[in-house]
Design a binder for this molecule. Sequence first.
Ligand code: FES
Ligand code: FES
Length: 191
Amino acid sequence: MALPTTSAITLNINGEKHSLPVDHRTTLLDALRERLDLTGTKKGCDQGQCGACTVLMDGRRAVSCLQLAVAAEGREITTIEGVADGDTLHPVQQAFIDLDGYQCGYCTPGQICSALGVIEEHAAGWPSAVTADVRPEAGPPPLTAEEISERMSGNLCRCGAYASIVRAVARAAGVETDGAHTATEDKETAA
Ligand code: FES
Ligand code: FES
């Protein structure tokens, strides 16, 4: 007897339950965009390299193109459509607008979801690759431009809005930065 290739699943997205049958190969990204019409989450590379499809799963960042929809059942998923509080933008969204943290806007939903994760991860004391003192007792490092750009380096911006993105994340996190060039910008310049 052939094994089933589809399953009926229920996804919890932005506080609402969505029940749908899916082919087992369907990614969370395609389920969001093609099946549930939640097109705020963008498809860039579709292979985990650009960050355009970033969502939050149980509050942690995840690239939805590398997640199977069937494996997302039971998780709390937040997409860009669920970030604002009604008509009131989230402070991260407002900072991106106020500080021009985008140009074409294609990468922006992923950048904002990633920024939400960054702020939470930093507050929880997670170090990054550029954190000098990673001892737990050292506590969270200062959220410098270097820290922010490293922590956001999984999100590419083909418009090169990196300096503004870093400033926007810093403002949303309540810190100031010097607006220096970012790690991702430097990597792309060197490539
Ligand atoms: S579309 Fe998922 S990382 Fe690029
Ligand atoms: S604003 Fe255009 S890709 Fe980032």
